[in-house]
Design a protein around this ligand. Structure first.
Ligand SMILES: [Zn+2]
Length: 193
């Protein structure tokens, strides 16, 4: 059977299950096919444990547990496993291992952990009584349906979110509040081209 060119492949635009999310990541990043397959297995077999900001992923044989850490400045996740440290997979500058990919798949498939962006801003800051020029830090305000949180985001993420805003949303200079909160996974680093 002849395989279709990539542009004609069927892409599920509204993934919900772990396997649909895994397929979408592979469609966007074909070089991640192998680790995503392993990550999907980890996610589907309950090896991803999330407790608030604390995420741990068990190895498939259950012998090791790795701790994942979110880095606000980059929007990326770090893992304590040897593969992440010594031979990670890269998409652009962002490193991945099967555990961080398993977390990404599990988080997207778990509707209760879907973060939505309610507003973005570029906060001005400089040291007190300083003559240094102001700098601006892009931030986003999130809701998971229960709690509101505020995180630093990258300039790229700010630009992507600002581009989604419509005239109906509230604009005040760099501050934009969305009438309809934005699904954060649409700007997650794993999903960036
Ligand atoms: Zn890892």
């Amino acid at each position: 059977m002849q395989s279709l060119p990539a542009t004609e492949k069927q892409v599920n635009m509204n993934p919900t299950t772990p396997s649909e999310w895994a397929a979408r990541i592979v469609t966007r990043h074909p070089t991640l096919a192998q680790p995503v397959a392993l990550a999907l297995h980890l996610a589907e077999t309950g090896h991803v444990h999330t407790d608030g900001p604390q995420v741990q992923v068990e190895s498939s044989d259950g012998r090791n547990t790795y701790t994942l850490r979110y880095v606000e400045a980059t929007g990326a996740w770090l893992c304590t496993c040897p593969a992440f440290r010594y031979r990670p997979y890269y998409v652009g500058p962002v490193a991945y291992c099967k555990h961080t990919l398993a977390r990404a798949i599990a988080a997207r498939a778990d509707k209760h952990h879907h973060l939505r962006v309610t507003a973005i801003h570029r906060e001005r800051n400089r040291h007190a009584s300083s003559d240094e020029p102001w700098t601006k830090t892009p931030v986003a305000f999130f809701t998971d349906g229960r709690h509101e949180t505020r995180h630093a985001i990258t300039d790229d993420q700010y630009d992507q979110l600002a581009a989604i805003a419509t005239d109906d949303d509230y604009h005040d200079h760099d501050y934009i509040a969305y009438n309809q909160p934005i699904q954060w996974h649409d700007v997650f680093s794993e999903d960036r081209a």
